[in-house]
Design a protein around this ligand. Structure first.
Ligand code: SAM
Length: 287
């Protein structure tokens, strides 16, 4: 057992006693890799979120294997058994209904437990709705925040919406179609209608649709429609006005007006600094 294992992928896969996290398509079944198919066909067993869903993929590629169910409801009960199977050298693949296991899908707990037991885990990468939407958005994608589904409780939800409204990084959210309009309304309230957004619907599928520009236009687009299909949202980070980019002439004009109205230089500078989110000294020194 070691955490610093070196796994030569040129060796025969699947390896004995290895847990494979296998990404499956998020719509277009051709998005599965030959490596994923090999793993699904040759591991000792495949633990799937929904066996019927995984069977569709297996049938499409004419493969069969032992499928067992592994989902949110039964995962805690099943983890010890899967760990024992791995310990006696069996190889196991874990797959969710679509995309990357562990991303808003079962897998995380199992990987955590398996790693703590010193068992090797290998990811067979593939489609993930969050990353597919992000790179399709054209928004900054080197640094981003993934929030998954927002919490249902208002207080927790508003805390995250507030963070999104201030964050400079691109945010990715998952949402169900019947809650999309409510979420867009909340985003309007917290971020304003001009914030750039992409509502990516049915990614990789036949009727893939990218709705966007800004929050206002996304709201207008879905206003009289029944929203169907799978939805991922990408929200551009807030662009903070940098101190050096502020228009000094405008600031000086505002400062002069406040002083003319009776404020001291110090009070007017303090007021404008707060309003523009910059240091008081920058305004003070304009005089
Ligand atoms: N593990 C998956 C992944 O890697 O993307 C995500 C699973 S999560 C339970 C399901 C959510 O992902 C959907 O409700 C939707 O928000 C998003 N999603 C999945 N497939 C999608 C698609 N084809 N187009 C847009 N969003 C999708």
């Amino acid at each position: 057992m070691t955490n610093n294992f070196l796994l030569s992928h040129r060796q025969e896969e699947p390896g004995k006693g290895v847990l494979y996290l296998v990404a499956t398509p998020i719509g277009n079944l051709d998005d599965i890799s030959p490596r994923a198919i090999n793993i699904l066909a040759n591991v000792s067993l495949v633990a799937c979120e929904d066996t019927r869903q995984t069977k569709k993929i297996m049938n499409k590629f004419s493969i069969s294997n032992n499928l067992i169910s592994f989902n949110k409801e039964n995962s805690l009960k099943k983890i010890p058994k899967l760990v024992s199977e791995l310990k006696i050298g069996k190889s196991i693949a874990i797959v969710s209904d679509a995309g990357m296991p562990g991303i808003c899908d079962p897998g995380e707990n199992l990987v955590n437990k398996v790693k703590s037991e010193g068992i090797n885990v290998v990811c067979i990468p593939g489609a993930c709705a969050a990353i597919t939407a992000l790179v399709s958005s054209g928004m900054p994608s080197s640094k981003f925040i993934f929030e998954g589904f927002l919490p249902k409780k208002n207080i927790d939800r508003e805390k995250i919406l507030n963070e999104i409204s201030k964050n400079e990084k691109t945010t990715i959210l998952y949402e169900s179609p019947h809650r999309l309009k409510k979420l867009l309304g909340e985003l309007l309230k917290f971020c304003g209608g001009k914030r750039e957004i992409l509502v990516a619907r049915e990614l990789t599928k036949r009727f893939e649709e990218h709705v966007g520009n800004d929050i206002n236009s996304a709201i207008m687009f879905f206003k009289d429609k029944e929203v169907k299909g799978e939805i991922t949202l990408v929200i551009k980070g807030e662009i903070k006005v940098r101190q050096q980019e502020l228009n000094k002439a405008d600031l000086k004009k505002d400062l002069d007006e406040l002083i003319k109205a009776g404020l001291s230089l110090s009070a007017a500078s303090k007021y404008l600094a707060k309003k523009n989110g910059i240091k008081k000294s920058i305004i003070y020194n304009l005089k």
